[in-house]
Design a protein around this ligand. Structure first.
Ligand code: AMP
Length: 405
């Protein structure tokens, strides 16, 4: 008899990849995780690991697509673990953009697929891939409910002063041009988690959440609800990111096109893929490489390091406006969870009036890759500062499980 409790299959489809995990929504136990990569390319392959076992991998064949990857997961990988297959009670799908249509996790129907399709203009790389994934998974796992969890949903509580742009109204009302935010599942998770860790009432608790990974954003969360965030219409806005420039004067686009002769597609490519830490350092988009250069005194890496921290500190300071009073600042994501040097610099940059002070030893120990996290503020800090590893898969698993219950 199986001793595996009820589980959820979490699927996160990118344009050429499918990440998957089978999770117990109650305790977060991960039974299986893996990734199919290079889909639609000659080197398409899949890699997976069952809990407590070695990693396995398999070529999927020339130009294998999402359909093939998901059916391989069902017919080959899970076929070896009928108990796990049996335990599946839902599939949860991560969706980057739900526009104003979705403020909650939603049971997948044909109508929801059409809604995700409508939001494609705001996430042209992600939403089409999500749809392919949903369709493939609905075929392969037809006997369980499928639930979509939208990254933008958490930010739908922002007031118009935060989400509108000061441009003609009909561009919003007719065309949906507004700020939508990103990484909402992560911001929502760490905001709730930090309140829990500090024994605070999440509905009476103000927190600034910094999700800092390859993509990065900051949110102001008042009493559990998002009131502002650094990402705008698309994930190009806000902080300096791995290869994205973050906030930039729109006139730079006009100048590049009108005066320098760039095509719009070229500017898009430069701002998304060739900017950010990559452009500043000229060598790497990876924070570990930036930090290494910074510690050795490399001028370009130092500029990248300093700009990243400076812009983040400015956002944190500005979120005292919507929040008034701030109970906690939370760091998460690959950079936020690990880079004690970044956290130290950001807190140093915050003006004294905010009274944010670190416990340097706790800060240095809080590195998720070494198993460290938790509070890093000093006893006399006016604001709690906490490192909370994010767990978007768990949120998706829990959201999907709610529908089954
Ligand atoms: P994510 O997108 O959340 O996976 O984060 C990726 C970013 O986290 C990359 O820039 C990595 O360099 C950075 N990162 C991962 N591990 C570490 C670490 N141990 N120290 C500093 N940065 C890290």
């Amino acid at each position: 008899m199986s001793n595996v409790e009820k589980t959820v299959l979490v699927i996160n489809c990118g344009s050429s990849s499918v990440k998957f995990a089978i999770i117990n929504p109650n305790d977060g136990h991960v039974y299986l995780n893996g990734i199919a990569e290079y889909l639609n390319l000659p080197e398409a392959r899949i890699e997976w690991r069952f809990e407590g076992q070695e990693k396995q991998s398999q070529d999927l064949g020339n130009k294998a697509d999402h359909d093939i990857a998901i059916s391989f997961l069902n017919s080959n990988i899970l076929a070896t673990r009928p108990d796990l297959l049996e335990s599946l009670c839902a599939v949860g799908h991560r969706i980057v953009q739900g526009g104003e249509l979705y403020t909650e996790p939603t049971l997948v129907t044909d109508e929801v697929e059409a809604g995700i399709e409508k939001c494609i203009p705001f996430a042209p790389l992600h939403n089409p891939a999500h749809l392919i994934g949903i369709r493939a998974a609905r075929k392969a796992f037809a006997n369980v409910p499928h639930v979509t969890v939208f990254d933008t949903a958490f930010h739908q509580t922002m007031p118009p002063v935060a989400y509108r742009y000061a441009i003609p109204e009909e561009l919003y009302t007719k065309n949906g041009i507004r700020r939508y935010g990103a990484h909402g599942t992560s911001h929502g998770y760490v905001a709730a988690e930090v309140a829990k860790q500090l024994n605070a009432d999440p509905e009476n608790f103000n927190v600034i959440t910094c999700h800092l990974g390859n993509g990065a954003s900051v949110s102001a969360v008042k009493n559990g609800k998002c009131v502002d965030t650094s990402i705008g219409l698309t994930p190009l806005d806000g902080l300096v990111m791995g290869t994205r420039c973050g906030s930039i004067d729109a006139s730079v686009v006009f100048f590049m096109c009108d005066v320098l002769g760039y095509k719009v597609e070229e500017v898009r490519e430069i701002f998304n893929k060739k900017s950010g830490l990559m452009a500043l350092s000229t060598t790497t988009s990876d924070w570990r490489g930036i930090t290494e250069g910074y510690e050795k005194g490399d001028e370009k890496c130092t500029l990248a390091f300093e700009m990243f921290c400076y812009r983040l500190a400015k956002y944190i300071a500005s979120y005292y406006v919507p929040l008034g009073h701030v109970d906690a600042i939370v760091f998460t994501g690959g950079i936020g969870e690990n880079s004690y040097l970044m956290r130290k610099r950001v807190v140093e940059l915050l003006p004294e009036v905010f009274g944010a002070k670190l416990d340097l030893e706790a800060n240095s120990k809080a590195r998720a890759y070494l198993g460290g996290s938790g509070p890093i503020h000093s006893a006399d800090s006016k604001v709690k500062i906490v490192v909370v590893p994010t767990n978007e898969e768990l949120v998706i698993a829990r959201s999907a499980f709610k529908f089954v219950k």
